[in-house]
Design a protein around this ligand. Sequence first.
Ligand SMILES: Cc1cc2nc3c(=O)[nH]c(=O)nc-3n(C[C@H](O)[C@H](O)[C@H](O)COP(=O)(O)O)c2cc1C
Length: 407
Amino acid sequence: MNDERFHLPVRIGDVELKNPFVVASGPTTKRIEQLELAERCGWAAASLKHTFNPAPYINYQPRYRWLKKEKLHTFTAEYRLDMESGLRLVEAARKTCKELVIIANYSYVHSDLEGWQDAARRFDAAGAQILELNFCCPNMSFNVNVSDHSTRASRPSSGGAAMGQDENSVRLVLEKTREVTDLPLIAKITPEGGRIAEVSRVAFESGASAVCSVANRLGIPPIDVRNYRKSIYNLQGQNTMGCLSGPWIKPLALRDVFEIRRLVGPARHINGTGGVASMEDAVEMMMCGADSIGVCTHTMIAGFDFLDGWMRALKNYLTEMGFQSIREVRDLLLGEIKSAADLTVWPGHARVDPDRCSLCGLCADIGHCNAVALADDAAVIDPGLCDGCSTCIDICPEKAISMIERM
Ligand SMILES: Cc1cc2nc3c(=O)[nH]c(=O)nc-3n(C[C@H](O)[C@H](O)[C@H](O)COP(=O)(O)O)c2cc1C
């Protein structure tokens, strides 16, 4: 196709992606038809649905909820591929997709390292162009805790997010995988455990060409308090921890990418994933340190063909801002985000425009503030009592309040 509209290349190891956009591993990368469509819509790469090796010990027909108001996707019941179907999907994709870079996403659950090596060899032979080692799945590993502390130094802990919190396991698996393949390796890392940057650094030192951050966050989805036994999912009996994704997780995902970039330095490739649902979200990810961008939930909700609009918008944005390349956007936030100890806070207070105020009284109800009173025709703010926090500005439905800097 070689379509200029989709050209803004980035590299993972020695593999070129024609643009930074990757369909992240999930329900939109489990069938060949989806991969073909993603290619036609201009996506640079697709990380195929998780291959679980040996066969998935928990596997269900999917049950999802997309909570529009919260911009939150949640699931527990999910379907994964076994080794044979994962390999067949890679082979089929390589036959028909000439431009889409095919990433095999997999994990191995037993505690020996040979299983990881065997999977790498087989995906390499099947034609995968990049291997994504899944150290992130919060769904399986949190259900079964098989960490074996007594043999920790020489054996990896169990798969998915349980393993991804543990630098030693990540190091062992990557080093062993490196011995059997020259393909670029992505370590898909978990924020569980709070050490995502440290684990990423170890991943790079152990042979990873990139890290991908983040996968779903594990949490408890909304509960119907009058019917708390009822699952929020349709056709599902019990409540469960939910694997959360979509725009709701973006602030957390940005932080993870930011932390990784700050620790690993500028030379490493980070795939920023988590809540990206617009061109602007992608730019935010890049500003926090991402080279490429993974999108899962938004492809579930909206398909694949929005990418054309994103690419157009991204190119216009680069021109408008005077950037020569997306690399110039990367890391822009790194110097901007200051520690809480280094903030500059100007003195000031809020002021009400009486012509706009409807005397609704919401600003006078703010619990942490005693500066607002309701006069006959408008709310009035006492500058001497106002701390300048600005909650009233956000609460006012009439946009009648603004802040004045005190000289
Ligand atoms: C239903 C569902 C299934 C997923 N399956 C996988 C998977 O098989 N392997 C994987 O690495 N990540 C999987 N993910 C995680 C996504 O690839 C992605 O990291 C995460 O959802 C955050 O990105 P998003 O907000 O764009 O969805 C899945 C996500 C969802 C919502």
